[in-house]
Design a protein around this ligand. Structure first.
Ligand SMILES: Cc1cc2nc3c(=O)[nH]c(=O)nc-3n(C[C@H](O)[C@H](O)[C@H](O)COP(=O)(O)OP(=O)(O)OC[C@H]3O[C@@H](n4cnc5c(N)ncnc54)[C@H](O)[C@@H]3O)c2cc1C
Length: 273
């Protein structure tokens, strides 16, 4: 069962967000994939699980016009494997949920890209009217792990190509990326030599700023007014924290009802019993 009809790998989402990858070309259609590999696709979103009757309740399927295509319905199981993935945690940091963009799925990546392109267009337009205009696209990325660092690099690459696509006076010097990292260095999972080289490339060659907050000096919050930029006055921060479980707690506790979980859906900081 899947609530989307196509799949694009999450590790590609930062490329979709930056515009360097066309998700339409890289996505896999579940219907043909299922046909190819010989299993059934049940299109829909699991809403709840009825453990007593061993049934999944599937949410109503809504069409593009908001009409109900198929009403709420059920399907039975002997064993249920839950692999619903995870979403980025804001670690309870005030303002993050309200003001940050997240990169957990295709919709969010597309939204980021559209906002980015709109903002670049606005800066380009402002500069074509006044060449001395001090206008920039400012993006803060929270978390300098592999995804944050790759995204920063992809953004500069994308910005440097925009003048080929009609934004004649726009170039990468108009992009200001700040990478915010609570640890003492970027790419903590990789060798220090590699991390240093990547940091140097980003800062010296691309012009990114790396804001390192060591030890327990974590960022206290995200305030939309504190961000400047955006074509109407504010810029966006991009959150990439660690994964948070998606399925409701009662599902996790139902160990003797044929329920199993796999993938990132198993990540938890709670007692998993
Ligand atoms: C931006 C980004 C970059 C990453 N880069 C890397 C990387 O370079 N290397 C690496 O190893 N890992 C990377 N990861 C992590 C990796 O993508 C995840 O660990 C992996 O996708 C988890 O797989 P999963 O099958 O558990 O969950 P997911 O891939 O999240 O799949 C869960 C699926 O369940 C569906 N679903 C959710 N809820 C419901 C519901 N109620 N009903 C029906 N369907 C539902 C979703 O639509 C989704 O298709 C990255 C993650 C992100 C977000």
């Amino acid at each position: 069962m899947e609530r989307n009809l196509t799949h694009i790998g999450k590790p590609l989402l930062h490329e979709v967000a930056a515009g360097s990858l066309d998700a339409n070309l890289d996505e896999v259609g579940y219907r043909s994939y299922c046909h190819r590999w010989g299993y059934r696709l049940l299109y829909g979103a699991m809403e709840t699980i009825d453990c007593a009757s061993r049934e999944i309740v599937i949410a109503p399927l809504i069409d593009e016009d908001g009409g109900e295509l198929i009403g709420r319905h059920r399907t039975g199981y002997d064993y249920l494997m839950i692999a619903t993935g995870s979403i980025t945690s804001d670690f309870g940091t005030p303002g993050v949920a309200q003001n940050c963009l997240f990169l957990d799925d295709r919709v969010q990546a597309d939204r980021f890209r559209n906002k980015l392109l709109n903002h670049c267009l606005w800066v380009s337009h402002a500069m074509s009217e006044n060449a001395d205009a001090e206008q920039f696209v400012r993006i803060a990325i929270v978390g300098a792990g592999a995804t944050g660092v790759e995204l920063a690099a992809e953004l500069y690459t994308a910005a440097s190509a925009l003048h080929y696509y009609g934004l004649e006076v726009f170039d990468e010097s108009r992009l200001k990326v700040t990478l915010i990292e609570a640890g003492s260095r970027i790419l903590p999972a990789l060798p220090e030599k590699l991390a240093d080289a990547a940091g140097e490339e980003l800062e010296a060659a691309r012009g990114a700023r790396i804001d390192r907050r060591t030890g327990h000096e974590h960022h206290a919050g995200v305030d939309s007014d504190a961000n400047r930029g955006s074509h109407r006055g504010r810029s966006e921060s991009l959150g990439r924290g660690s994964a948070r479980r998606r399925q409701p707690q009662e599902h996790r506790r139902s160990g003797n009802h044929g329920l199993l979980s796999a993938g990132r859906a198993t990540d938890t900081t709670d007692d998993p019993r």
